[in-house]
Design a protein around this ligand. Structure first.
Ligand code: ADP
Length: 189
């Protein structure tokens, strides 16, 4: 099973990805998590990405494409994977298409998790409180910027994958378990 979870910050991509990892026995590939680990470990990648991630901007396509391409070659991705937070631009989606062609595999579905802007802000502020402010980008000002970037650069992926016949939309305003069952029925048909 090869999936992409698409949706704005706070839509629940990470939450659902973790549940689907258990259900399908395939890994979650979160570019956000990979970048945050690199930042915490102060690797060269982390040092380069820190300021960009903290202010809510997108890290360059070249960097994230490289991260994903390398990660997809790992043994645990053979049976499939769940991409969470990638692709985020049309250029990243095109790069992913090429990577998958090179690796001889195909996507099964792109799940769009939809939620209202007000609810997204509420959830991210809540997440920030619960984590004691662990993520420097989870404050209202930076979040607004991430939402704007989502609208401008990531939302066009909805049409991109819809044109390929891969898009399935689910309502991310429902309770977690309900969203999971919507995703499963979207995938399993
Ligand atoms: P969220 O979906 O809640 O905004 P993520 O954990 O997916 O959070 O990403 C956090 C940050 O990491 C982004 O705001 C961006 O700076 C960086 N990032 C993650 N994925 C990508 C990507 N595919 N392209 C560029 N930057 C990315």
């Amino acid at each position: 099973m090869r999936l992409i979870l698409l949706g704005p910050p706070g839509a629940g991509k990470g939450t659902q990805a973790k549940i689907l990892v258990e259900a399908y026995g395939i890994p979650q590939l979160s570019t956000g998590d990979i970048l945050r680990s690199a930042i915490a470990a102060k690797t060269p990648l982390g040092l380069e990405a820190k300021a960009i991630v903290d202010r809510g901007d997108l890290v360059s396509d070249a960097i994230v494409n490289g991260i994903v391409s390398e990660r997809l070659d790992a043994e645990d991705c053979k049976p499939g994977f769940i991409l969470d937070g990638f692709p985020r631009t049309i250029a990243q989606a095109a790069a992913l298409d090429q990577m998958l062609i090179d690796k001889g595999v195909k996507l099964d579905a792109v799940i769009e998790i939809k939620a209202d802007a007000d609810e997204l802000v509420r959830r991210v502020i809540q997440r920030s409180k619960e984590s004691g402010g662990a993520r420097a980008d989870d404050n209202e000002e930076v979040l607004r910027k991430r939402l704007d970037i989502y609208k401008e650069q990531t939302a066009p992926l909805v049409a991109y994958y819809s044109d390929k016949g891969l898009l399935k939309a689910v309502d991310g305003m429902e309770p977690v378990e309900k969203v999971t069952s919507s995703i499963k029925s979207a995938i399993e048909g």
